[in-house]
Design a binder for this molecule. Structure first.
Ligand code: ZN
Length: 284
């Protein structure tokens, strides 16, 4: 066994340990894979907790998914990994897990596509939701294919999340970023306000990618009029237009909420401000 293969096996064990320790997976969920060379992939075995793997447990398969070596069988989610390697020659590793907060967004059908955190804008851009597909069928790789050319991280509707990158640990870290971003987004929404970065600020952050050499499979686009098409070509981010402000109050979500269910939700402060305003108008 080459030194490189030993390292990849060790990295998969470590990434699996962290996925389980952070409760991004329960029971035997989740799977990790990596390219060994042009003809072989290495992947985690099925029916094993990813928190307690050893390097010898891994399965080696070809790019059609046929087993070449290993005592165990590969994950039933392997076709999704194979699809990602086919679509992304630049990617050497794939991580799939069910982190509970990101998966909650995937269940609610709410993509993580708002320009909120500069760090996430520069690294992942946007995190869309791939349409629901029955696990372990062709539906899942087909759903992933639409988005994976332009994104390093996706939510999977009513299922979980998948990330890819140049190494096992960097793909794992993208999973951490997605879950952390989901947690912060949830807290901001619970607090009743999510201020967004303006389009101008997003453009500035996109410029930083080039300056710091941050690799990204596609550019960010903030024009909501982009035609959807059957292949995502850019990372669509919700960022409001503003000629002056870099941080813009999130009023669009209030309006969207209103058109969706006919009611407008206001925070306590917004409501008291409205009443105070009305009282002042009555007096005048
Ligand atoms: Zn899964």
């Amino acid at each position: 066994m080459s030194r490189a293969e030993e390292q990849v096996r060790a990295d998969i064990v470590e990434a699996g340990r962290r996925l389980y320790a952070r409760a991004y997976v329960a029971s035997n969920d989740g799977n990790i894979s990596a390219r060994l060379d042009d003809t072989r992939l290495i992947t985690t075995p099925k029916s094993v907790s990813k928190g307690f793997m050893t390097p010898d447990m891994m399965v080696i398969v070809d790019y059609e998914g046929k087993k070449l070596a290993g005592d165990r069988d590969a994950s039933s989610e392997l076709p999704m990994h194979l699809e990602i390697y086919r679509s992304r020659p630049d990617v050497n590793a794939v991580v799939h897990a069910h982190p509970p907060l990101a998966t909650g967004f995937a269940v609610a059908g709410i993509p993580l596509t708002r320009a909120v955190l500069a760090e996430v804008v520069t690294t992942l851009g946007s995190i869309p939701i791939a349409e629901y597909g029955t696990p372990s069928t062709r539906e899942l790789p087909d759903a992933v294919r639409k988005y994976i050319k332009a994104h390093d991280g996706l939510l999977l509707a009513n299922h979980g999340a998948v990330t890819c990158c140049k190494t096992v640990m960097s793909a794992y870290y993208k999973m951490e970023t997605i879950e952390h971003f989901a947690k912060i987004s949830l807290v901001a929404r619970l607090l009743g306000r999510e201020n967004l970065l303006s389009r101008g600020e997003v453009d500035r952050l996109q410029g930083l990618r080039g300056m710091y050499g941050i690799a990204s499979p596609a550019a960010i686009c903030t024009d909501p009029m982009q035609p959807p098409g059957d292949q995502a070509l850019c990372q669509v981010l919700e960022a409001p237009e503003s000629s002056t402000e870099r941080l813009v109050p999130d009023v669009s979500s209030l309006l969207q909420q209103a058109s969706r269910d006919g009611e407008i939700r206001l925070t306590y402060r917004e409501l008291t401000a409205l009443i105070a305003d009305a009282v002042r108008n009555l007096r005048d």
